[in-house]
Ligand binder design. Structure first.
Ligand code: SF4
Length: 317
């Protein structure tokens, strides 16, 4: 299965092609869904959500984002090896093939062509060299072994698509980095982060994505995950959390409220900018009113094609 990087650095998978000789599956009508990253976008800035999800404006990949994808790919492949071969050296040997695969993506090739070309020294993204950049990815892979012993883990799922349709029709979808199931049936949801563990005040924000997965798993399997585990490869730390049913019910209500707000914004075309320090990482300042820009007209056709039912009236020339 092909793994691609979404705008925000999270991973998404392209659908598998149909098996040779098999009939093409009937195209299910597209309909909007909510993922942890898109929900977080809307909470951060409704206009950013619109630009990413409805306008689908292009965004530049960063070297940090590509390094994250590379490290995720190595840790996914690590569990293809027999347990005894899941060593630091075994993992570092996986860097090269994973990097070769990533370079086949035109956006990645373009990013590295820029950073290696003239003007690389003035590009804030530019590493000292690709070798240094690869070595920094290797350090993150090495650090993984200070947090977990992969010879003792047999994942039940890796880069696993989890999705559920809630009773009111909201489709929740996301990809879990790793899912472990103990012989007792207890579930553990694991996510790898290439940064450092957030301060306590930001832990809830970090856990938003994990509670999202826990809710989907609870709704699909009837089991509340015993542990949500965020592994921070930047500093070799881990954040663990055990949700309960009450909390997941509250979280479900939060997601429904976010979804209602998104639907309202689509029906009115009113996606407000929310200026914050995160604007520094936003690729869309040129078309953002908070920075003196003008957004493009609301792409009603694209929104309708994506399955949005209630569309705003858009004036046309
Ligand atoms: S620049 Fe800031 S306010 Fe404007 S769309 Fe991006 S995140 Fe939102």
């Amino acid at each position: 299965m092909t793994v691609t990087v979404e705008n925000d650095g999270t991973l998404a998978k392209a659908p598998e092609p149909p098996a040779e000789g098999s009939a093409l599956p009937e195209q299910a009508p597209r309909r909007p869904s909510l993922s942890p990253s898109r929900a977080a976008d809307f909470k951060t800035c409704p206009l950013l959500y619109r630009f990413r999800t409805i306008d689908r404006l292009p965004e530049r990949k960063s070297l940090a984002m590509v390094r994250g994808t590379l490290v995720h790919s190595v840790l996914e492949r690590l569990y293809d090896l027999p347990p005894a071969q899941r060593t630091v050296d075994g993992a570092l040997e996986l860097l090269e093939p994973a990097w070769t695969d990533l370079q086949a993506e035109p956006e990645v090739a373009e990013l590295f062509a820029t950073t290696q070309g003239e003007g690389a020294e003035t590009d804030v993204n530019a590493p000292e060299s690709v070798d240094a950049w690869l070595a920094s990815a290797g350090k993150l892979v090495e650090r993984y072994f200070t947090i977990e012993d992969p010879t003792r883990i047999e994942p039940a799922g890796r880069e696993e698509l989890v999705e559920v349709t809630l009773p009111d029709g909201l489709l929740l979808r996301g990809f879990v980095d790793r899912l472990d199931i103990a012989p007792s049936g207890a579930l553990r949801v694991v996510d790898y982060k290439t940064g450092s563990m957030p301060r306590e005040a930001f832990e809830n924000k970090a856990l938003f994505q994990m509670k999202f997965y826990a809710l989907v798993l609870w709704r699909t399997r009837g089991v509340v995950a015993a542990q949500l585990k965020l592994i921070y490869l930047g500093d070799g730390d881990a954040l663990t959390y055990s949700p309960d049913e009450e909390e997941l019910l509250r979280f479900e209500r939060t997601l429904l409220a976010i979804w209602s707000a998104i639907e309202r914004a689509v029906s009115t075309g009113d996606f407000r900018p929310n200026k914050s320090r995160l604007c520094g990482w936003c690729d869309h300042q040129a078309v953002c009113p908070a920075f003196g820009g003008t957004p493009p007209p609301f792409p009603a056709d694209a929104a309708a094609a994506a399955g949005w039912q209630t569309l705003p009236v858009v004036e046309r020339d």
